[in-house]
Design a protein around this ligand. Sequence first.
Ligand code: EPZ
Length: 422
Amino acid sequence: MDKLVIRGGAVLSGSVRIGGMKNAALPILYACVLVKGKCVIENVPDVRDVTMSIDILKDMGAKIEKIAPTTYEIDCTDVRQGTSRPELVQRLRASYYLLGAELGRFGRAHVSLPGGCNFGGSRPIDQHIKGFEALGARVVMDEDLGTVDCEAPNGVIGDDVFFDTVTVGGTMNIMLAAVTAKGNTMIENAAREPHIVDLANFLNTCGARISGAGTDVIKIRGVRELHGSTYAIIPDMIEAGTYMIAAAATGGCVKIENVIPKHLEAISAKLEDVGVIVEELDDAVIVTGRGQVNATRLKTRPYPGFPTDMHPQMSAMLTRAHGTSIVIEGVYENRFKYAEELKKMGADITVNGHTAVISEVDALHGAEVKAVDLRAGVAMVIAGLIAEGETTITNIVYIERGYDDIVGKLTALGADIKKVSE
Ligand code: EPZ
């Protein structure tokens, strides 16, 4: 197994180019199952979750060709319904988008329950099921077999769907099921993330009729079928935010290129709150740290609130903040498994339910730590960058699920980081 070895102390400087958004690329790849014809998807990030999804779709009969470093040609005309292999789909949560895509294309779906990062709490799909049932599907979950079967005997029929809780995956899955339904669908209490808008924009280029994406009410007029199209994925706001925090935590000055500043507003505002300078350009932000950051109070919320996927990275930086910080996880039951790993490095962090209290320490020291999930893993990278001495991070396959060439990008910014085989 590979591991990362980081020698802390470097002050990051220079520029880094952000790739396509993982959490937009995944639903868009699975959405191609709805399309009878060829799609060309550009700015696809080279990360494990994407390559695993491409393997799943190829295994089902999709013709997928990489025609440029971040561009794929995808033709799902010959995809066979219900043939996704459990050992493949159980490796990542996003495979559950096959439920909406198969239901929308074939009127039935069969997928093994998803895997993916477990934050020490359940990650249910009850709202997805509620939505499918509202659209006329019968849903059977077999907990023993770990499978979900959906069947719409009269085809998917548009209707109103009201989510009890804001869910990104649920919003995407119902959009996938509804775009070729008979009649119209309205999703209320929809998630508003930029990647929801990206999926809607992609589907509309294929002939779908979706309006309201990015607001909490999304309207979908069912169309008979979708045609192929060419589409470029939006930049990854979480990858961008991660490098923004790395720059701020090391007191450096870094230009983060190929971003949409509007998507980063909550992150930029919080960094300015702790004393960091963030300058916005058309498609870049420049982050300038000014030594020790100030403590803050942070609560994660669905977009446009502070992203839950940025919470571990913030905590890593706040271990060295002046004063005591409060971090409240407002989206998941529990996302604090990384706290024990930060404590191994000397952090003073106390977790109680949804809340962590992080008190100032003079320094973090290098240690042997592990990535316990994707964003927790990259939080350990940030902690390693600001720790004294050498930090070793194992389980880095988690990090590679969502970060393309993090070693190369950080090295180019002046970090002392290497990937070595254990
Ligand atoms: C997506 O997960 C992302 N994953 C997550 O990013 C991200 O943290 C999350 O959205 C929130 O932004 C992908 O896009 C592949 P949710 P998803 O459904 O769709 C509860 C990363 O680091 N809920 O919005 O699974 C759920 O338990 C990953 O890139 C229900 O109760 O998230 C959670 O508490 C980690 N019932 C909350 O809603 C449901 O049916 C938000 O979940 C669905 C969700």
